[in-house]
Design a protein around this ligand. Structure first.
Ligand code: SF4
Length: 222
């Protein structure tokens, strides 16, 4: 019964390839300012912010980095203090033991292998300790060298609700999205879903009656 209801909803909204453009256009109109919420001024700050944002909010990271970036200006600065001092400086972002160790190891690799610069290729970014595909995709996209589509918890939930993927694994979801989202939209698409996911398509109770893509969504409750 549930299965037939889902297939009926999928039939009603039509194939995902036909829906993806209007979904992007309507969300872009609804959220013209959808961008990354982290504050940074250079590539190293971007990398550090994204690494610190795991399991916490962007607002919280910005609070911590406001002080942090005054003290740590170059990759070498993260290596010049005792580990405990760095842990104290990032303590409020949570999981600070792990984050401090990863930050130091990543900065060390930048200094030793990349001339102190943040690399641009996804494969190189993912070599850095503590940098997974999601972090690498965020960093690459923000630097204008997009090579994939960021899949975080919002992108995953909304892609599933919107019937853009039937997968649960982020790498498979990314592959599904890459097949239908136009290349030129790979960078902004996750921001649109993240903004929509925070404001309307909320995890616990989506506000379908306020949603600009409800007629294109097989999970719509209206
Ligand atoms: S219609 Fe509802 S479930 Fe679908 S995207 Fe909109 S808020 Fe989310």
């Amino acid at each position: 019964m549930a299965r037939s209801y889902v297939s009926e909803a999928r039939r009603r909204v039509g194939p995902r390839r036909a829906r993806i453009r209007p979904i992007i256009e309507r969300l872009a109109r609804a959220y013209p300012d959808a961008t990354i919420a982290l504050r940074f001024e250079d590539d190293v700050q971007l990398l550090v912010s994204v690494m610190l944002s795991a399991q916490t909010t962007d607002v919280n990271v910005n609070r911590v980095t406001e002080q942090l970036f005054r003290k740590y200006r170059r990759p070498e600065d993260y290596l010049a203090v005792p580990l405990e001092e760095l842990e104290r400086d990032i303590f409020r972002t949570g999981t600070y033991h792990q984050k401090a160790r990863n930050l130091r190891a990543a900065m060390q690799m930048l200094v030793e292998e990349y001339d102190g610069q943040v690399p641009t290729k996804l494969d190189d970014l993912m070599r850095l300790p503590g940098v997974g595909r999601k972090t690498a995709n965020v960093v690459a996209a923000e630097r204008g060298v997009t090579q994939g589509i960021v899949v975080d918890t919002h992108v995953r939930r909304l892609s599933q609700r919107l019937g853009l993927t039937r997968n649960d694994d982020p790498a498979k979801i990314e592959r599904d999205l890459q097949r239908i989202v136009p290349r030129a939209d790979w960078a902004r698409f996750p921001h649109l879903l993240i903004w929509h996911g925070r404001r309307v398509c909320i995890a616990r109770r989506p506000l379908c009656e306020e949603c600009v893509v409800s007629d294109l969504c097989p999970a719509s409750r209206v």
